[in-house]
Write a protein of this length. Structure first.
Length: 222
C-alpha cells in the first residue's frame, strides 16, 4: 500500500522532534549490541532505527497501516502484533500513549525495562499554548499509574527537552496535524487556526520554534 501524505508528514517532519527523548532513554538503559528491544506504537520506526544503529535487535508494533508501511520501507521488522520473546527493553514513545502492555509483558524477561513517555507540565510545553482547547494536560503521575496498573515496578524517571523546530509555518502545521494533536473538524479551518496560533513562535527568518519538556518513566518486570 502507498502511505498517506499525513503519514509521510509524520515520518519526514514530526517524528524526529522526539530524537532527544529516544537517545536519553537509550543512554540510560545502555541500549547496545545484544539488547533485544520491542517498540510499541513505533510509528514510522525512527526510534527503532536509532536503537538498531547502536547494535540492538529491534521489532516494532504499529496499528496504523500507513505508518507501519513506512517502517517496513525503512527495512525494519515490524507488524501489528509483537513477535518473538525474551525482550530486554520495551518502549512506548507514543506520547501519553496507550499501547497494549498486557500483550507484550509475557515477552519481556524478568527484570526487563519498560519505558513510558509523556508530555511534561503544560507551562513547560509551548505546544500546549498553540493547541489551546485541543490540549489535554496529562494527569499527575499518569505514567507511574499506568506502570502500576500493568503490574510493573517503577525504577526511575527523567525529563528531556524536546523542542519542535520547523522550517516554516506550513511545515509546522503539517507536522502537528500529522501527530494527531488537533481537534477534528473542517481541515481548512483547523489549518488556519493552527497557523494563527503559531505566529508568536515564528522567528524573523520564518522558522518556528516550540520549546517543550517531556518526561519518561522506566519500570521493571518483576
Amino acid at each position: 500500500m502507498t502511505p498517506t501524505l499525513v503519514a509521510r508528514d509524520w515520518a519526514e517532519i514530526q517524528e524526529r522532534m522526539l530524537v532527544p527523548l529516544y537517545e536519553a532513554v537509550y543512554d540510560r538503559l545502555d541500549v547496545a549490541s545484544g539488547t533485544r528491544l520491542l517498540g510499541l506504537d513505533c510509528g514510522a520506526g525512527l526510534a527503532l532505527l536509532l536503537a538498531a544503529a547502536r547494535g540492538a535487535a529491534v521489532f516494532g508494533v504499529e496499528a496504523d497501516p500507513d505508518r507501519l508501511a513506512l517502517a517496513r520501507e525503512r527495512g525494519l521488522a515490524a507488524g501489528r502484533a509483537p513477535t518473538g520473546g525474551s525482550y530486554d527493553v520495551v518502549t512506548d514513545f507514543a506520547v501519553d500513549g496507550s499501547g497494549d502492555l498486557a500483550a507484550v509483558l509475557p515477552l519481556v524477561r524478568r527484570g526487563g525495562a519498560v519505558v513510558l513517555a509523556g508530555w511534561g507540565p503544560p507551562e513547560r510545553c509551548a505546544t500546549a499554548a498553540v493547541l489551546g482547547g485541543a490540549w489535554v494536560p496529562p494527569a499527575r503521575d499518569a505514567l507511574e499509574l499506568r506502570a502500576y496498573a500493568a503490574g510493573l515496578v517503577p525504577d526511575g524517571s527523567g525529563r528531556v527537552f524536546c523542542p519542535f523546530g520547523y522550517a516554516d509555518v506550513d511545515s509546522a502545521v503539517r507536522g502537528l496535524l500529522s501527530a494527531g494533536l488537533c481537534d477534528a473538524g473542517d481541515p481548512d479551518t483547523v489549518e488556519k487556526e493552527l497557523a494563527e496560533a503559531l505566529h508568536p513562535y515564528v522567528h524573523a527568518d520564518g522558522t518556528v520554534w516550540l520549546p517543550n519538556l517531556f518526561r519518561y518513566v522506566v519500570a521493571r518486570v518483576p
